[in-house]
Design a binder for this molecule. Structure first.
Ligand SMILES: *Cc1c(COP(=O)(O)O)cnc(C)c1O
Ligand SMILES: [Zn+2]
Length: 416
């Protein structure tokens, strides 16, 4: 099936045929997340520097041979991916490093990196002839699923915690999703979605459980590698909730290494919020992940029980990277920095990785001579309420030009 040869369990290493119809390892149960194994030998013939140079598909599907999903649907979909990679104009100086790149995932159709996973989920549902897709989400996976399901004429059933920000909730209802706002946190929303899927046979878009979705998420890093002309920066930084996005970043590095497209694998910096940092704690104690409260403004990464711990830990260990935690005030500060110095507006979880880069530089984890790619995962308009806690205050003026001039002088916009 496609270019995948098999599924491999991340716990027991058992291998299953590519035509198997289960999401997790029958041996290990729900924790037995599967990884997709490819035939790189045959992919090399279709994905290489020559074919990429002439490929005119500027969406995530330019890497179709590395994503096991029926490509016949991709032309009918909203355009996902091939988001811009900017070289920072000022921010690298502010941080004190040589070079910083910013991958702006906020310009995807629903405004976050989740569109890459939803694109795959929608195709998988269509392949199976399902008419309803279901997920639980801190907000972005839900608004993204609602968006792409609407475009392809599928129904969506979505479970979100009460705290989901207004921008995301508005998106879901506008896309016509069946939104269940659960009286509880993300952990509760997850459990309820699992029951709904089991009871009603909906297609399951829960990212960790569904092994295809990481394959969609990885395209963000495949793009970065190609946009950097296959010469990656020393570090790639991304925020971490369930752990699927960071797992995708590592899978991309692995794929391109296997295909001979990159020589060295950059170090991955995984960033969590201090209000919910089970990965950071597990790395510190070298023990298993322990359930945490979900207590941060960075709602998209407020995940008390991460559903993809093995792949995420593996991403850090295999890349010789690091997990780091950042406080809510430092996330707000990073939002202001990104807006002021680069003109990019990110939601708290989207910008947490920038706060993490800053802290990692201060702690000497990232060296001043090193280069960094910052994956900005979500658009700031999704959560205007938190954004209003930071940024520059506006000025209330009377309808009077002399008063305007006075304020402009005070603010140093014009000379007296
Ligand atoms: C989902 C999400 C993340 C984290 O991805 P996980 O796979 O849950 O680790 C980071 N930032 C934003 C904006 C997200 O929506
Ligand atoms: Zn197993």
């Amino acid at each position: 099936m496609f270019n995948m040869t098999s599924y491999k369990c991340t716990i027991c290493d058992n291998v299953y045929h590519s035509t198997s119809h289960f999401f997790t390892c029958p041996n290990c149960g729900e924790k037995g997340i599967l990884d997709i194994v490819y035939d790189y030998g045959s992919i090399k013939k279709i994905i290489n520097k020559q074919t990429l140079a002439t490929n005119t598909d500027f969406s995530m599907w330019r890497y179709g041979p590395l994503v096991p999903a029926d490509q016949k649907f991709t032309k009918l979909m909203l355009r996902i991916g091939w988001t811009p990679l900017y070289e920072a104009r000022r921010l690298h100086d502010v941080l004190g490093i040589k070079q910083l790149y910013i991958k702006d995932e906020g310009v995807n159709p629903s405004g976050s990196t989740k569109d890459r996973a939803s694109g795959v989920a929608v195709i998988k549902a269509l392949e199976l002839g399902a008419d309803t897709i279901c997920c639980s989400s801190t907000g972005n996976a839900a608004s993204s699923l609602a968006c792409h399901a609407a475009h392809m004429g599928l129904k969506s059933v979505i479970f979100v915690p009460k705290r989901a920000p207004i921008g995301k909730l508005t998106q879901m209802s506008l896309y016509g999703a069946n939104v269940m706002v659960v009286d509880g946190d993300y952990k509760d929303a997850y459990r309820l979605s699992k029951q709904a899927i089991e009871t009603h046979g909906f297609y399951n878009r829960n990212a960790a459980i569904n092994p295809f979705l990481v394959e969609g998420k990885k395209t963000v890093a495949l793009e970065i590698l190609e946009q950097l002309n296959f010469k990656p920066t020393d570090w790639m930084a991304i925020s971490v909730g369930d752990g699927c996005s960071i797992a995708g970043v590592y899978k991309a590095l692995y794929d391109f290494k296997q295909l001979g497209l990159i020589e060295k694998v950059p170090k991955i910096l995984g960033v969590q919020s201090s209000g919910c940092a089970p990965f950071v704690k597990a790395l510190e104690t070298n023990g298993p992940l322990v359930e945490e409260d979900e207590n941060t403004i960075a709602d998209s990464i407020a995940v008390g029980i991460p559903r993809n711990p093995i792949k995420a830990m593996n991403a850090i260990k295999q890349s010789h990277g690091h997990f780091i935690e950042v406080t809510d005030p430092s996330i707000l500060e990073a939002m202001t920095m990104l807006g002021h110095f680069e003109g990019i507006f990110g939601e708290p979880a989207g910008v947490a990785a920038l706060a993490g880069i800053k802290k990692a530089i201060e702690k000497g984890i990232i060296k001043k001579r090193e280069t960094v790619t910052f994956i900005m995962t979500g658009n700031g308009l999704k959560d205007p309420v938190n954004a209003q806690k930071t940024g520059k205050n506006s000025i209330n003026v009377a309808n009077d030009i002399s008063e305007v001039s006075k304020h402009l002088i005070e603010n140093g916009v014009i000379k007296p």
